[in-house]
Write a protein that binds this ligand. Structure first.
Ligand code: 5AD
Ligand code: SF4
Length: 442
């Protein structure tokens, strides 16, 4: 029997990268590579990179720097870089890092075993970053999703993005939108559920445009309906949604599908119409607000979260005030907020009136402070209510202390037996904090 070898995977970035790292792990496990959390033991180290914000390339080079001593100790160690920075940088990474063996782009994960054997056999260094437009082969075999979390699964429904928001690098590094056949999606989910997964998140850069280009004539609400019919599955979530594609049938899905959880991540990015226009977001502030309100009308327990960028080129004090006002109106449960960061190739990077870094910091602070208060208020509204929680495991080091999520995606901490992990329990909320709720099982 072939000798067992070890794989170490370092993942940066979003859920798409988490899911891609899962695919990498499964693919290589069929070639006898087991995962390890000890880099020193690894035969292959893969770095899965993100370039959405900040000094992405810099982070990659500095992480690769930490791998140099391992390569010196073990010249047979194979080091690979995948994800968005790999797609963007390609050969340049190989040139700059002499001990790097493999660069593989976002459409080339399925080629990784072949690339590894090329390195082993021919002692050559390889870079593969081609895009395969309209080729369903880039989706993995549904049997390969061996989610590392036994309760919660991530399943890819589409890849890429055609929206070209002017600040965003994703369309350049993830290619054009391509949807996956629903039969494969259902097969993959059924496999996860048979292995104990209770909660499923359907992921894609832009899930609402699911189905475009597929011959089977399906849209996202129809896919949700199919997934809702899978026996044994308890909860469904999805992300990310683009506000311009939130259709009426999708909104009604929240009232109709019992497994669909009452939480929507609906990134607004800015509350100013002029900024939204320059961002190329294709919706107005009022359009967004009316979609949000329609969702809240459906269910009072509906949680809304968002991404917000401050300091987009040309953002004036008035534009920023519009964002703050929108935040007051919507009262998000939580937001992810970012300072605008120029990305190569994107339109916004060369727009005039780039905002001063100090001003970006100031606006970010104001936004985050106000949102903390709102999140706290939203969470305090739960006090006295009884909510369903999927028990995920011990919180802290205290074994009697459990934690889990409500359907509205709130973290709840409470005392209980470890045997409850994986169960849905009812918890009465006693106290709401900024980032979590604390309660007692009823
Ligand atoms: N600068 C700052 N934030 C960005 N995002 C995407 N691109 C940029 C950028 N260039 C944010 C958006 C998006 C989230 C995933 O990252 O808010 O929704
Ligand atoms: Fe980026 Fe916009 Fe596409 Fe989201 S919808 S991935 S922000 S281009």
């Amino acid at each position: 029997m072939e000798q067992e070898r070890y794989l170490f995977v370092e993942t940066h970035g979003c859920q798409m990268n988490d899911s891609d790292s899962g695919k990498i792990t499964s693919l290589l496990s069929s070639y006898n590579y087991r995962t390890t959390t000890d880099i020193g033991k690894a035969d292959i180290v893969i770095l899965n990179t993100c370039s959405v914000r900040d000094k992405a390339e810099h982070k990659v080079y500095s992480y690769l720097g930490t791998l140099k001593p391992y390569k010196e100790r073990n010249p047979n160690l194979i080091i690979g870089v995948g994800g968005c920075v790999a797609q963007q940088e390609g050969e340049r990474l190989l040139k700059r890092v002499p001990y790097l063996d493999i660069v593989f782009g976002t459409h080339n994960i399925h080629k990784l075993p072949e690339l590894v054997s090329q390195v082993r056999r021919n002692k050559e260094r390889v870079s593969e970053t081609s895009f395969y437009e309209n080729n369903l082969d880039i989706f993995p075999d549904p049997a390969l999703n061996s989610s590392s979390n036994s309760l919660k699964g991530l399943v890819n429904v589409m890849l890429g993005c055609d929206n070209f928001c002017s600040y965003c690098i994703v369309p350049y590094v993830r290619g054009r939108e391509i949807s996956r056949q629903s039969s494969d999606i259902i097969k993959e989910i059924a496999g996860l559920v048979s292995r104990g997964v209770k909660e499923l998140t359907l992921i894609g850069q832009n899930v609402n445009s699911y189905g475009r280009g597929l011959h089977e004539g399906i849209d996202f609400p129809t896919l949700l309906r199919k997934v809702n019919g899978i026996d044994g599955l308890k909860r469904i979530r999805f992300m990310t949604s683009h506000p311009k594609d939130i259709s009426d049938p999708l909104i009604s899905s929240f009232g109709e599908l019992d497994k669909l959880c009452e939480h929507l991540h609906l990134p607004v990015q800015s509350g100013s119409d002029s900024v939204l226009k320059r961002m190329n977001r294709s919706y107005s502030r009022d359009g967004y607000l009316s979609r949000g309100q329609a969702l809240k009308n459906l269910s009072p327990g509906m949680a809304l979260t968002s991404d917000i960028i401050v300091g987009f080129p040309g953002e004036t004090d008035t534009d920023f005030d519009d964002t703050m006002e929108l935040v007051e109106t919507v009262r998000y449960d939580a937001i992810f907020s970012y300072k605008y960061s120029p990305r190569g190739e994107t339109k916004a990077a060369v727009m005039p009136d780039q905002v001063d870094e100090h001003l970006k910091n100031k606006r970010l602070l104001i936004l985050q402070e106000r949102q903390r208060e709102i999140s706290l208020e939203r969470n305090m509204e739960y006090e006295g209510r009884v909510v369903e929680v999927l028990v995920e495991g011990g919180s802290d080091k205290n074994h009697e202390r459990l934690s889990g999520k409500t359907r509205s995606f709130k973290t709840v901490k409470f005392d209980g037996d470890q045997g409850l992990i994986g169960e849905l329990v009812q918890v009465r909320i006693e106290k709401g904090y900024v980032n979590s709720l604390v309660g007692k099982i009823v």
